[in-house]
Design a protein around this ligand. Structure first.
Ligand SMILES: Cc1cc2nc3c(=O)[nH]c(=O)nc-3n(C[C@H](O)[C@H](O)[C@H](O)COP(=O)(O)OP(=O)(O)OC[C@H]3O[C@@H](n4cnc5c(N)ncnc54)[C@H](O)[C@@H]3O)c2cc1C
Length: 384
């Protein structure tokens, strides 16, 4: 009987894993199924651009990206995994009224990614906007386009990479908006070398983004937000970017997870509780060179997507695979379309002295983003 390989989630990690497995296992008796909530590959790293009203380069549908492979695509939402019967329950929106599909597996790759962390403070789920998935970014885009001509205030909460990029992009694309960036930390750009940090400050200032540090938000309201030191901020739009939350599917299905619900894996990305299951990308707590859980990033997702395919192919061939190396090379930050920061890093994600800033950094980042997904059979990173 054919070996049934199922990959759930077709983001950076899952799509790369499925395509690479197809390539590595051409001569094996395997059936590879890729399950994803929609038929489209979402370039999450561009969602702040989408929110700011920019057009992003068109990407082929998942079906087109899988042209030339034998990967079977199922479009539907994974609701549960039954580890005892080795089945994945899929709610298939394309078959409205039909009972949920159940897909059996011998080996499963869990790659469901992450979404916005909107439940951190009261009022945020009801009143805040986000950029973590395409629906949220599109909703924010609608809100911003209403305000583009009339002006208004946008407060971006969270000065991690997503918050900084979103604030910069909104300020550059919509100069009539007043953009504020709030962080509970005492500075922006932690993890950057001093030169990169001062460029970040300079760029935000140039774009007119006002930065408010040590501002811990206690509640989001329809007309703004409150902070713990009692200072209210009035805003027509609050954008919440304080981090990502992973889907509950792994934890609710009884897999070993960390406290955030990321699947716990060993150095070969294999679940520590269920050896026939692997996890990759944001939804996995991979082990990075520092020993810390992998950073939720495209860089980790691609390394894990590639690595898991090699591991599974080796095990199916009866060999013991090498550990998957999730090393880092740089942190890249866009500051609008004409400015940016590339902070080069050691493999353990600590910063090197070398930093690129300005237009060269913007060009560098755009090239990296383009290289992650190219046309089908285009020899890109995601082509495996
Ligand atoms: C605005 C923004 C900017 C960013 N910029 C950068 C950057 O510059 N550099 C960087 O390294 N990282 C960046 N990131 C982070 C990066 O996008 C993520 O770390 C990366 O997308 C993770 O890849 P993944 O494959 O694990 O998950 P995802 O890309 O999230 O893919 C998960 C897939 O699973 C699907 N899915 C989820 N739940 C289900 C379900 N129940 N059933 C079926 N399918 C499901 C989703 O539809 C999606 O296709 C950014 C993120 C955002 C939001």
């Amino acid at each position: 009987m054919s070996h049934r390989l199922v990959v759930v989630g077709a983001g950076y990690a899952g799509l790369l894993a499925a395509k690479r497995l197809d390539r590595l296992l051409r001569r094996h008796d395997v059936i590879i199924t890729l399950v994803n909530a929609s038929d489209r590959f979402v370039e999450r790293v561009r969602l702040h651009q989408l929110a700011a009203g920019q057009r992003s380069p068109g990407r082929p549908s998942l079906r087109r990206q899988l042209d030339g492979t034998s990967v079977r695509l199922v479009v539907g939402r994974v609701t549960a995994i039954d580890a005892a019967s080795r089945t994945v329950a899929v709610d298939a929106p394309q078959a409205v009224g039909a009972p949920p599909a159940s897909i059996g597996y011998d080996t499963l790759v869990y790659a469901l990614g992450s979404g916005a962390r909107l439940d951190d403070v009261p009022g945020a789920p009801a009143h805040a906007y986000a950029v973590a998935d395409i629906e949220q970014a599109t909703r924010l885009r609608g809100r911003i386009s209403q305000k583009t001509t009339s002006g208004g205030t946008v407060v971006v909460v969270g000065a991690g990479l997503t918050g900084v990029e979103t604030a910069a992009e909104l300020a550059e694309s919509c100069p009539r908006l007043r953009v504020r960036l709030l962080t509970g930390a005492d500075d922006v750009g932690s993890g950057l070398m001093p030169r990169a940090r001062s460029h970040l400050r300079y760029a935000l200032d140039r774009l007119g983004v006002s930065v408010h540090t040590k501002a811990v938000v206690t509640e989001v309201r329809e007309d703004g937000l409150d902070t713990c030191d009692g200072v209210p901020f009035a805003a027509e739009t609050v954008v919440w970017t304080t981090g990502f939350r992973v889907p509950e599917v792994a934890r609710a299905s009884g897999f070993a997870t960390d406290e955030d619900g990321r699947m716990l894996v060993d150095a070969t990305l294999r679940s520590v509780s269920h050896p026939e299951v692997y996890a990759v990308g944001d939804a996995a707590a991979g082990i990075s060179p520092s020993g810390a859980p992998s950073r939720m990033s495209c860089q980790s997702a691609l390394a894990m997507g590639r690595g898991v395919a090699d591991v599974i192919a080796a095990r199916l061939a009866g060999a013991e695979p090498a550990p998957v190396r999730i090393g880092y090379v740089f942190t890249n930050i866009s500051l609008g379309r004409r400015d940016g920061i590339i902070q080069f890093t050691h493999a353990d994600d600590s910063p090197r002295r070398f930093v690129l800033t300005g237009r060269a950094a913007a060009v560098f980042k755009e090239a990296v983003v383009r290289s992650t997904v190219r046309k089908p059979r285009g020899g890109s990173v995601c082509s495996g």
